[in-house]
Design a protein around this ligand. Structure first.
Ligand code: M6R
Length: 602
């Protein structure tokens, strides 16, 4: 997590850094800071809290044509001004911002920095103190940085300023994202292109274990062994307007509303010349050559994975297992003979998923990533990729990425089934069904007033909530619960409703809010029985049912869609429920406490 940005050019870096950090705030928002170098005069400003707090603290006349900035998600040391980046070396000469985790920082401290009093609790400070130590021992700055990097174990993306070299900006990366934004008479370094899009649309990738030396008009990339690298810039696929909130009060609401349009974009993106939905041959080959698919994902992406499992097993007749990344990597189950590992990840940067990718590649297995971010780490490192085409998702709570994942998984499932000659895969006109789902999603995003009312009635003051479902509705119930707890801090649980009576029903008291999602005909009466059981124990129940299955007293009717595509539609009222519950409780919807959008630490 954490976001970093660096600038070297002819303009005052202050606004460029602050604007860039605002765009990176989704990566962490515990504290923030910038350093500006004006000739050899250095200004460092840090603040606990948000970029807005930092902005207030930076003097209006602060300036420098070289600068670095950071927004933090705390890993080592509590969120505080002392632990905020940038960190300085003992003399103050070297200044660093860092994203990642240095696993051996404690060993390095004991071995090399015994006599250096550290000012913070961070792993980062060790890096900058080491650079100064090696520089004091006679190494030139570039060599001191290179030697320091070789001592580090773990992940890092760093920017370093040497006060004595006001015309150079140093950077390096290993396992944490970082790229160069190329301008005319300036260059930028950032964790994400979003931070620099206002300045340039030309970007250059940096590979792991490379370091970069930037001046305002030159870019030098080297390996840690000093080999020079030539790399051409690419044009960013998104433009600055894609990442603005526009007239929306929150990114989350904007992203919820974008879902029908994303559905239509996915249909278009996967259509072949004949107008059929199709998947790249290389991807299909991977799927067809495997005897079992292992879906590896975290959070919302894993919930989409469960829906994907149902679809792949039904349409392609390939067994699928869904695993949580952080568990799988350290407790690998008995694998089939020809497994395919499918990583589902909005960001493509999730460290828990990446550690599995690295392990299974070492074991010689094939890999496929479904991601929203082309060029992200899991995209680059997997054998094959499929893209979600959801556009940048900025709110911490994932919404449009989930529905995009479900849609892309359905396309893959049907394409694989057809290639295998599975009858069920020919029975569905998926393009038409996804179109119908897009229209149904429109109806759901238009039900805001009703959902806001329900959120007020059921969730304004409650301390817990249950979401019930069976089969695919259970998968949506898990997602609904995650969304609610993540942004409204209400303790919530998504439950297979038949399982309630095996223990959890003991938690039902007078007024406990219980939401039931009912979209599957074959379980309509079973789940209604479960709803009656909780009603009999005093719960406040609210049913969202699909057209054709509705009963008097249900609070929302979900338009009819294909039975396996119902999560695309039923999830939307749940997303809105979480959104309005968070508003009722005065929570920061887009930046919930303790969280960050892109989870780049294990
Ligand atoms: O970028 P990823 O899809 O790999 O992220 C996985 C989870 O961290 C993410 O889905 C998280 O659960 C969301 N904040 C949920 O809204």
């Amino acid at each position: 997590m954490c976001g970093i940005v660096g600038y070297i050019g002819t303009e005052n870096a202050k606004e460029i850094l602050l604007n860039g950090l605002e765009k990176l705030e989704y990566r962490g928002y515990d504290s923030a800071g910038i350093a500006l170098l004006n000739k050899e005069e250095l200004t460092v400003v840090k603040e606990k809290g948000r970029i807005a707090d930092l902005r207030k603290k930076v003097a209006t006349d602060a300036s420098g044509e070289l600068g670095i900035g950071h927004t933090r998600w705390a890993t080592h040391g509590k969120p505080s001004e002392e632990n905020a980046h940038p960190h300085q070396s003992l003399s103050g000469r070297f200044v660093i911002v860092h994203n990642g985790v240095i696993e051996n920082y404690s060993l390095l401290k004991d071995e090399y920095l015994e006599n250096v009093p550290l000012k913070s609790d961070t792993d980062t400070e060790v890096i900058v103190q080491l650079i100064e130590k090696l520089s004091n021992e006679g190494l030139e700055t570039k060599e001191a940085i290179r030697k320091t990097l070789k001592l580090l174990h773990g992940s890092y993306a760093i920017c370093v300023i040497d006060q004595k070299e006001p015309n150079l900006l140093y950077a390096a990366k290993n396992k944490s994202p970082l790229l160069i934004g190329k301008g005319s008479s300036f260059n930028i370094i950032a964790s994400d292109a979003m931070a620099a899009l206002k300045e340039t649309d030309q970007f250059i990738e940096i590979a792991d274990e490379e370091m970069v030396i930037l001046s305002r008009d030159s870019i030098q990339i080297e390996t840690l062994d000093g080999e020079m690298i030539e790399r051409e810039p690419f044009t960013a696929a998104i433009d600055a307007s894609d990442i603005e909130k526009g007239t929306y009060p929150h990114y989350m609401l904007k992203e919820v509303d974008e879902q029908p349009a994303v559905m239509r974009r996915i249909i278009q993106s996967y259509q072949n010349e004949a107008g059929d939905l199709a998947v790249d041959h290389a991807v299909l080959d991977e799927v067809l050559n495997s005897d079992r698919i292992y879906i590896i994902a975290c959070g919302t992406s894993s919930h989409a994975g469960y829906v994907g499992k149902a679809m792949i097993e039904r349409f392609a007749k390939i067994p699928v297992e869904v695993h949580i990344s952080s568990e799988f990597g350290y407790n690998i189950p008995l694998l089939s003979e020809k497994p395919l590992f499918m990583f589902i990840t909005q960001s493509g940067e999730t460290a828990d998923s990446r550690q599995v990718l690295v392990k299974v590649k070492e074991m010689g297995y094939r890999t496929l990533t479904l991601t929203n971010v082309p060029g992200s780490t899991l995209d680059r490192e997997a054998d094959q990729s499929m893209y979600l085409h959801a556009g940048p998702e900025i709110a911490v709570a994932s919404t449009k990425a989930y529905t995009a994942q479900v849609a892309v998984l359905s396309i893959l499932a049907v394409a694989a089934g057809r290639a295998k000659g599975v009858e069920q895969a020919f029975e569905i006109d998926l393009s038409a069904e996804l179109g119908i789902a897009a229209t149904a999603m429109e109806a759901m995003v238009s039900s805001k007033e009703l959902i806001e009312h329900i959120a007020g009635e059921f969730l304004a003051t409650s301390r817990n909530a249950f979401f019930l479902g069976r089969s695919v509705d259970y998968f949506v119930a898990m997602e609904a619960a995650l969304k609610l707890k993540e942004i409204s801090y209400i303790q919530a649980e998504g439950f297979a409703s038949g399982e309630l009576k095996h223990g959890t029903i003991a938690l039902i008291e007078d007024e406990t809010p219980v939401f039931a999602i009912v979209t599957q005909e074959n379980i309509n009466w079973n789940i209604r029985g479960n709803v009656n059981e909780v009603l009999a124990r005093g719960a406040n129940a609210c049913v969202f049912a699909m057209e054709g299955l509705e009963q008097p007293g249900d609070r929302l009717v979900i338009p009819h869609v294909h039975e396996l595509l119902t999560p695309l539609v039923s999830v939307i009222p749940c997303q809105l429920l979480a959104y309005y519950a968070a508003l009722h409780r005065d929570c920061d919807v887009d930046k919930p406490r303790n969280l960050a959008k892109s989870v780049t630490v294990e």
